[in-house]
Design a protein around this ligand. Structure first.
Ligand code: ADP
Ligand code: MG
Ligand code: MG
Length: 254
């Protein structure tokens, strides 16, 4: 049983005009086996939370803490975070020239486990996971993120999650225009990992549609860098019906 604990987190981002405070006191605890959805209007700081947990250098934690089973995540290097069992989908968002998906996955698995996976099992695991995600085997020989469509990026992300078997996964949906088929495949992948392991999931999303496929145990509404409301899956239904208007200043629309 693992616990990711975020306590009174304040985060600033470096901008050309100087540091700007984005997260203004976020407190959240995720246990193994739980799925938490973070929802909120655009610009409310959802991705900033994900980047902060991932250790993105542009985001400065000015106070508060993030721990995994009591270990200080904010003190860890990006590699140490992965070895500790954190899966941060946005960790490698960029193209990796000359590195194939296949090599990338094996390197990542070796780094996380501290030893290279046994080749015969590994080849089968990759093949099975790709089959589950309905990915063309040729995909394994493409370079990471080079010319990937939104759907391919998401499948690649879930493929990593299936193979790396993290304790905690932070998935920023980035609302990247997945078509319904891709959305379903990705959601099924997350659900498969949830069924097969005791992973805790922090699912960040603007839209409620992915929550038709992945049922959250807890929903947190993010407004202006803070959690404004918390509830169960029914809160997502309410947001789908009503939008975020009641959380925004009168007249702001949305
Ligand atoms: P969300 O994911 O909820 O849409 P973000 O975390 O992306 O929100 O952004 C929150 C706020 O922080 C926005 O006002 C955004 O413009 C600002 N912000 C985020 N990242 C940066 C950055 N790298 N440089 C400047 N401003 C940023
Ligand atoms: Mg956004
Ligand atoms: Mg975002």
């Amino acid at each position: 049983m693992s616990t990711l604990e975020i306590k009174d987190l304040h985060v600033s981002v470096d901008t050309e005009e100087g540091a700007k405070e984005i997260l203004r006191g976020v407190t959240l605890t995720i246990n193994s086996g739980e799925t938490h959805a973070i929802m909120g209007p655009n610009g409310s700081g959802k991705s900033t939370l994900a980047y902060s947990i991932a250790g993105h250098p542009k985001y400065t934690v000015t106070s508060g803490s993030v721990t995994l089973d009591g270990e200080d995540v904010l003190e860890m290097s990006v590699d140490e975070r992965a070895r500790a069992g954190l899966f941060l989908a946005m960790q490698y968002p960029v193209e990796v020239p000359g590195v194939t998906v296949s090599n990338f996955l094996r390197t990542a698995k070796t780094a996380v486990d501290g030893e290279a996976p046994k080749l015969r099992h590994w080849v089968k695991d990759v093949k099975d996971a790709m089959g589950n995600l309905r990915m063309d085997p040729a995909f394994a020989e493409r370079n990471v993120n080079e010319g990937f469509s939104g759907g391919e990026k998401k499948r690649h992300e879930i493929l990593q999650m299936e193979l790396l078997k993290p304790k905690m996964a932070v998935l920023d949906e980035t609302d990247s225009g997945l078509d319904v088929d891709a959305l379903r495949v990705v959601s099924e992948g997350v659900n498969r990992v949830k069924e097969g392991t005791d992973v805790g999931v922090l699912l960040i999303t603007h839209y409620t549609r992915i929550l038709r496929y992945i049922t959250p145990d807890h929903v947190h509404v993010f407004v202006d860098g803070r959690i404004a409301e918390q509830g169960g899956a029914e809160l997502a239904d309410r947001l789908e019906a009503e939008g975020y208007d009641r959380f925004l200043p009168a007249g702001a629309g949305a």
